[in-house]
Design a protein around this ligand. Structure first.
Ligand SMILES: Nc1nc2c(ncn2[C@@H]2O[C@H](COP(=O)(O)OP(=O)(O)OP(=O)(O)O)[C@@H](O)[C@H]2O)c(=O)[nH]1
Ligand SMILES: [Mg+2]
Length: 310
């Protein structure tokens, strides 16, 4: 509840370094696995809208790719996406992790300096979110907050855990206070995200490829859904037939994704299918193939086809 004031609605960008928990937070706020999450940095490649309705406010939140010193066209595009989102929103939610380095010191780091400079340049109201509070004892929070406090004139500072949900309910009102007054919500109450089912399904496959192959496979995997056949879908479920291609850049990577006797691809398919069935509320028949396209991540045409570049 925001102080019994007028209704407020607007756009929020969730920003921060890779792996700080931006997508986990979006999912936690939505109560749905809309944005994929892995333990590896640079998971999110495009921006993803999620709509959260609170008492007296509506937040239209963009999850964005992690900001880092990018090399290569794919990563440069990802960082551009994150930074350009900043100019389209009313308020930023900048995430950092509750963690200390060697000797209990808190390293603020160049990327956070860069983000703060971008906020200053645009005079953007910003809330600092200190995530992963479940991982540290309470007394660590204070030095972390202190270290980041001088970086920018934060509108508010909120420690929370996107994983457990602790304190996440404080973020909505903290952000809503900085949104414009609005006669009506921006989105109808049943809108959860701007992502099509087809796009989320492709991401579920990529999530499993990244998670299951761990460090064996470098980042250059992309997933394209070729078939999304709903002819046997019913109101109470039914069956959806999905065919997807996992694109990699080399034959050696293809071998990793397929695994011994197809074991890796089978595992990826099973886990991804389970998530799909939960999302779609239907049985899913999933067919996965792996194909090689050399240097797709360096070609604009391929980035466009895969929905990474406009
Ligand atoms: N312990 C703990 N882990 C968390 C929390 N939030 C996120 N994580 C973990 O941190 C890792 C990265 O989470 P993501 O949500 O993918 O992070 P991200 O900021 O979206 O990362 P990019 O998309 O790569 O920029 C995953 O292993 C999450 O499970 C948290 O509150 N507590
Ligand atoms: Mg992410």
């Amino acid at each position: 509840m925001i102080d019994k004031g007028p209704f407020r609605a607007g756009f929020v960008a969730i920003l921060g370094r890779p792996n700080v928990g931006k997508s986990t937070l979006l999912n936690q706020l939505l109560g749905e696995h809309v944005a994929i999450v892995t333990a590896r940095p640079q998971t999110t490649r495009t921006r993803i809208l999620g709509v959260v309705n609170g008492e007296g406010y509506q937040l239209a939140l963009f999850d964005t790719p992690g900001i880092h010193k990018a090399k290569g066209p794919l990563n440069k595009r990802m960082v551009e996406t994150a930074l350009s989102t900043l100019s389209e929103v009313d308020v930023a939610l900048v995430l950092v992790e509750a963690a200390t380095g060697p000797g209990g010191k808190v390293e603020v780091g160049e990327t956070m300096q860069w983000i703060a400079a971008e906020l200053r340049r645009r005079r953007k109201p910003a809330v600092l979110g200190v995530n992963k509070m479940d991982r540290v004892p309470r007394e660590v929070l204070l030095p972390v907050i202190e270290a980041y406090r001088s970086l920018y004139d934060w509108a508010e500072v909120v420690p929370f855990s996107a994983l457990t949900g602790e304190n996440v309910d404080r973020l909505g009102p903290a952000l809503a206070r900085h949104l414009p007054v609005s006669d009506a919500p921006l989105f109808p109450p049943d809108v959860l995200t701007d992502q099509a089912e087809r796009a989320i399904v492709a991401e579920y496959v990529r999530e499993q490829v990244m998670q299951q192959t761990r460090d064996e496979l470098p980042y250059a995997a992309a997933v394209e859904v070729e078939e999304f056949d709903e002819s046997e879908r019913r109101d109470d479920g039914g069956l959806i037939r999905i065919g997807a291609v996992v694109w990699v850049e080399r034959e050696s990577q293809k071998a990793i994704v397929i695994g011994k006797g197809g074991s890796m691809l089978k595992r990826v398919g099973t886990r991804a299918r389970e998530r799909m069935e939960r999302l779609l509320g239907a049985k899913v028949f999933l067919r996965l193939t792996v194909k090689v396209e050399e240097r797709w991540s360096e070609r604009l045409e391929a980035l466009r086809r895969l929905g990474i570049a406009p």
